[in-house]
Design a protein around this ligand. Structure first.
Ligand code: ZN
Length: 247
């Protein structure tokens, strides 16, 4: 069984809680589909943890840390957080290892009939695919033209399953959070570990055994993370407030 996580965003309390949950479930491989850093107060710690994963995919926040041009569609508070993140990563002895690790990340990875990307198969780093996008059948068709059977992604921080018939399934509509796959092709958004935005402030990730995708939610010490965000002058306070709201 694999665990697929995304959008950790420097939230070490959330990542630690999720990794404990993963460990309790007999998972063999952890795959992260991007945005380990950005927004949150512990980029270095999260990158260190990510080095032990089976695979990590490049996210737009990693790209923005490495390349100036990567921040082109960032809002002010996200860009400030990237500048702050760079300072944290460059200001310590582990900087070289972090940079080497960031440069080793690929935009997409195909393992048999499973594709891993951050945004979507159309544009791995930038494409946002929201649940409401099922109304845009051309977009959904184009996405699925690049999916053999399974695709796992993150980026919007909104978990759920897109199916090739142009429908979207919310995890809360699934019995016990379990989606049983059949002959259809699916793109699964695994949600966010470190900054959930679907109204549920608990960390989100999925496990996958080749048939069933299970959406899992994990409580973590939000107060601790929020305290660290408030204490970092260049991290906007709203980045802490939104963790409490899950939005
Ligand atoms: Zn993200």
């Amino acid at each position: 069984m694999k665990a697929i996580i995304s959008d950790v965003h420097g939230n070490f309390e959330a990542l630690t809680a999720v990794l404990e949950d993963i460990e309790s479930r007999g998972v063999e491989e952890i795959i992260c589909v991007g945005d380990i850093v950005g927004y949150g107060p512990n980029p270095q710690e999260c990158l260190n943890a990510a080095r032990s994963f089976k695979l990590s995919i490049l996210g737009n926040h990693e790209e923005a840390v490495m390349f100036r041009a990567g921040v082109r569609d960032f809002r002010v508070r996200a860009e400030m957080a990237i500048e702050w993140t760079k300072k944290q990563l460059l200001g310590n002895g582990a900087a070289q290892n972090s940079l080497k690790f960031l440069h080793s990340l690929q935009e997409s990875y195909e393992d048999g009939d499973v594709l891993y990307v951050h945004g979507s198969p159309r544009q791995p780093l930038r494409d946002y695919v929201y649940p409401k996008d099922v109304k845009d059948q051309a977009k959904i068709r184009e996405i699925f033209s690049k999916v053999t059977k399974y695709c796992f992604c993150g980026h919007t921080h909104l978990p759920g399953v897109f199916r090739d018939d142009g429908t979207f399934v919310h995890p809360e509509d699934l019995p016990m959070g379990v989606y049983l796959t059949g002959s259809e092709r699916v793109m699964v958004n695994v949600g966010s570990v470190g900054q959930p935005r679907d109204g549920d402030r608990r960390s989100c990730y999925v496990t996958f055994d080749g048939d069933a995708v299970v959406f899992r939610r994990v409580e973590y010490d939000i107060d601790q993370t929020v305290k660290k965000i408030y204490a970092a002058k260049d991290l906007d306070r709203s980045l802490g407030d939104r963790l409490r709201a899950g939005k």
